[in-house]
Design a protein around this ligand. Structure first.
Ligand code: FAD
Length: 360
């Protein structure tokens, strides 16, 4: 159903079984599942589809290596299964990604890892060769039996420097494992939406349709015409990610504060020396402050990130100069001999991780 038909239909009859608010990857997935099961569902997105966090990710399709430290084995197994499904179902966007971890010592992280495993700490900290080797062996173990990516490989310092001569010479070892990356996450989302509409032409979705509370109930604010349209759902799914609390208050839902979102910024860097130094790998490294950062070749340039800063309103999130300097500093830690300046930055983007509120 097209936009004009959808709006005209709602003016005639505002009743709908389920209203899904938020057209990011989660809202689109809920919409798709319900529509394919024949449920009368309407999706409303206030901007472009997949214009929030779903366009601003690090582009990793991962099995959640880091969740192992928290003992979330079921989640890792499920994520690895989903990663492999995406590799099979969406090879035009999702491809294997060799991921290399530079390692600077042997024993670091054992105590902190144990504390994290026991849920006693969420503090980031350095991880040494032993804990990384253990983690990767477990990651291989949890990978589905008919694996479609190779198992991990450990390298000595000399072997590492042979492949990546520009990497920080203080390294002791490196480990390479395989995950996947998605080139255009927003297109993956819109493709799922288009597929759904093709399969179920009666399904209704509107972008530029912000949901709020009007005088007589919920309304869609049509961002193109400036008009409002009433909508009377039996059930509302709030899939607005980092906006969940703001949406709850905007639609008059009484709910406790749920979100503790953090903004994360990435830079796209146009620097041939850095691009070639990666040898086609993602480098997944701990910055000097213990935070995980990533960089990998991205469509001819290099994608590098990210930051992690608590924010309440995703609409106000921007990549600011402090973040650019943090990311450039992290690059100078991992590839100290390659000079990257502001002039090499050709693009930047920011999104808000929809994280649950925490006391940490
Ligand atoms: C920096 C960063 C790096 C990340 N890296 C990865 C990664 O490498 N791999 C990975 O798997 N995940 C990653 N993530 C997480 C992933 O991006 C998110 O989990 C996912 O995109 C969340 O999708 P969502 O649909 O819940 O939220 P969003 O994509 O944010 O969608 C919410 C939508 O709700 C809309 N909305 C808000 N209010 C209203 C309203 N009143 N009416 C209508 N619409 C409204 C917004 O416009 C928005 O489009 C990363 C996230 C960030 C921020």
């Amino acid at each position: 159903m097209n936009r004009i038909q959808t709006i005209a239909g709602l003016r005639e009859n505002p009743d709908v079984d389920v209203l899904v608010i938020g057209g990011g990857i989660n809202g689109i997935s809920v919409f798709r599942e319900l529509a394919l099961q024949g449920v009368d569902v309407l999706l409303a997105e206030k901007g472009d589809y997949c214009s929030g966090a779903s366009a601003a990710l690090s582009r990793m399709v991962h099995g959640g290596l880091r969740y192992l430290e928290n003992g979330e084995f079921k989640l890792v197994r499920e994520s690895l299964l989903e990663r492999d499904r995406l590799l099979k179902n969406a090879p035009h966007y999702v491809a294997p990604l060799p991921t290399t971890v530079p390692i600077f010592d042997l024993f670091s992280g054992m105590a902190n890892g144990a504390f994290r495993f026991l849920g006693l700490s969420r503090r980031p900290g350095r991880r040494g060769a032993l804990i990384i080797k253990t983690g990767l062996a477990m990651y291989d173990f949890f990978t589905p039996a008919r694996r479609i990516v190779p198992t991990h490989k450990f390298r000595s310092r000399a072997e590492t420097l042979k492949v990546w001569p520009a990497i920080n010479p203080a390294i002791r070892n490196s480990a390479t494992y395989y995950d996947a990356w998605v080139s255009h996450p927003e297109r993956l989302g819109t493709e799922m939406l288009r597929d759904t509409m093709k399969e179920k032409p009666s399904a209704r979705a509107l972008n530029y349709a912000r949901v709020s509370l009007g005088d007589a109930g919920l309304v869609l604010n049509d961002g193109l015409s400036g008009e409002t349209v009433a909508v009377k759902p039996r059930l509302v799914v709030n899939a607005t990610g980092g906006w969940i609390d703001l949406t709850n208050s905007e639609i008059g839902a009484v709910a406790p504060k749920l979100m503790g979102g953090t903004k994360g910024s990435h830079l796209i860097v146009d620097n041939r020396e850095l691009h070639d130094a990666l040898d086609g790998h993602m480098i997944y490294y701990e910055n000097e402050d213990g935070r995980i950062c990533i960089l990998f070749p991205y469509l001819g340039n290099v994608l590098v990130g990210s930051t992690d800063i608590r924010v309440d309103d995703p609409d106000q999130a921007r990549c600011v100069d402090d973040e650019r300097q943090y990311i450039l500093q992290s690059l100078s830690f991992v590839f100290p001999g390659i000079e990257i300046t502001d002039a090499d930055i050709v693009f930047q983007f920011t999104g808000v991780r929809p994280l649950p509120i925490s006391q940490d």
